[in-house]
Design a protein around this ligand. Structure first.
Ligand SMILES: [Zn+2]
Length: 139
């Protein structure tokens, strides 16, 4: 993976080089939704699992990802590619997407049910999200 362009904000750059960011506002919202629905006993950012899922119910084998719309290329938000260093960004985004798909496959192979949600869904479409969560646990 090429290094991020120098012009990028150091905090952003750290996030890009390292792993997924954690404890973002959408993640916090997701956790309070789970709490409201009575689903407790999860673990956060489980490093030993593929993709380090944000929220994991270990014994139920459920993994939840809250994906940032920009980094993971949400189709709804449809953020454009930054004009500066466009080639770098295209590679970066393609790599992110490929990694997301690979992690999903590996988790399923390990017997996990996986829910991936976009941060915009968490922040804007709560009732739909609640239905999704309930469906996930009802399986
Ligand atoms: Zn989005």
């Amino acid at each position: 993976m090429p290094r991020p362009p120098k012009s990028v904000d150091p905090a952003v750059s750290r996030r890009m080089i390292g792993n997924r960011s954690s404890n973002t506002k959408p993640e916090q919202r997701m956790r309070s939704l789970l709490c409201e629905l009575g689903y407790r006993g999860y673990r956060l950012n489980v490093r030993k699992l593929p993709g380090r899922p944000d929220i994991v119910f270990v014994t139920k084998r459920i993994a939840i990802f809250v994906n940032g719309c920009f980094w993971h290329r949400c189709p709804k938000c449809n953020y454009g590619t930054p004009k500066t260093n466009a080639e770098y960004w295209q590679t970066k985004f393609a790599t992110n997407r490929a990694r997301d798909r690979r992690n999903l496959r590996e988790l399923r192979r390990l017997g996990f049910r996986v829910l991936s949600v976009w941060e915009c869904e968490v922040l804007k479409d709560e009732s739909r999200l609640k239905r999704k969560i309930k469906a996930l646990f009802a399986q």
